[in-house]
Design a protein around this ligand. Sequence first.
Ligand code: FAD
Ligand code: DHB
Length: 398
Amino acid sequence: MRTQVAIIGAGPAGLLLGQLLYKAGIDAIILERHTGDYVLGRIRAGILEQVSIDLMDEVGVGQRMHKEGLIHGGFDMLFKGQRHRIDMNELTGGKHVMVYGQTELTRDLMEARQAAGLTTIYEAGNVTVHDYDSAKPRVRYEKDGLNGKEVHEIECDFIAGCDGFHGVCRASVPHSAIREYEKVYPFGWLGVLSETPPVHHELIYANSPRGFALCSQRSHTRSRYYLQVPLTDKVQDWSDEAFWQELRLRLDPEARAHLVTGPSIEKSIAPLRSFVTEPMRFGRMFLAGDAAHIVPPTGAKGLNLAATDVKYLSSAFIEYYREKSEAGIAHYSERCLRRVWRAERFSWWFTGLMHRFPENGEIGQKLQEAELDYLINSEAGSRSVAENYVGLPLNFGE
Ligand code: FAD
Ligand code: DHB
């Protein structure tokens, strides 16, 4: 088999890249180790920045998103038992974000890919990448045959590593060619999805002495809530009742009174990590999305960064095939990393501001509250939060 771009991973990064390339007439095959249903079953991100909304429109799959997505022009920060609204719209000259689940975005992209008759190989086993330092990279995988182990090979011009944090592409690069920066936080997020109306029409980010809480949503009838929990906690330790009880204790009296509880549809614990790989290009192999970087989820940046990486990557490939220029390819890593580090900085800072760090003691809590008090009362402070949350422009600083 031969293709122009072999994409590893059918998460948001791989699927969006596939669609951007298809629109530009560039041939690509996606290899995914799981089934499509498994990929759709992972409940993850919920907030799209304008750049991600624009990309969905650019590839022609934005109809359902505009119909069902909820526009949010602000969010609440809760501390010392009181809520304060950050008016993103007002503070950024009219910008907003959209509540639209990663599951929905993934479904829209998968359906468009299927409708266009494009090749996605699901349940591709033992994917390996070869010769990406040469002009003729190859990808091998196992599928079909005896025990699903027949080996297939794809020849390609480029490999796009969109295979997430635990993927094979980054892991295939020799240690001497890569630098990794990492911070692991001493807590995780316990998330619950429930068929209940959201406690508030916008998101609430709560700093409480008992730990961080986030009230999010997927629709007017479906809520997504998160609690900061010790890394040692297991999902089984948390009954639905215990979850709702702890959430109540981290909210203000009004939200507590409005909280509608119900059975959880999904419950999981995600560890928090800041992680960046430098560079993001190795010869003819490129990393994009979680394969190259992880942000702690507090700033809602992970999915949005994956989207901008593949926007830059598709532009580079388009330039290569249409104009025979390698300029975009040469600048890909540097261009992405500048945006990545900005989002890493915001996500790290927002995580530090909102979570309980027991090792910082009571003074840590007091200092966070003083900073929050400053931020909500200073226009400059509030604007800084707002402009980072809605996402800095693609050409910021250029
Ligand atoms: P993934 O979604 O991880 O996709 C990678 C794909 O590659 C997977 O389908 C995987 O099965 C496949 N794969 C892996 N290895 C191989 C292999 N060897 N061979 C073939 N296929 C392989 N981001 C936001 O922007 N906003 C939010 O509000 C937000 N909230 C979040 C909340 C939680 C609880 C979590 C966990 C994450 C959140 N994120 C958020 C982050 C966001 O979900 C990720 O950044 C996003 O999924 C990255 O997409 P991706 O395509 O790069 O990687
Ligand atoms: C959601 C997740 C986030 O990390 C965040 O900052 C906001 C919302 C969510 O899953 O809805």
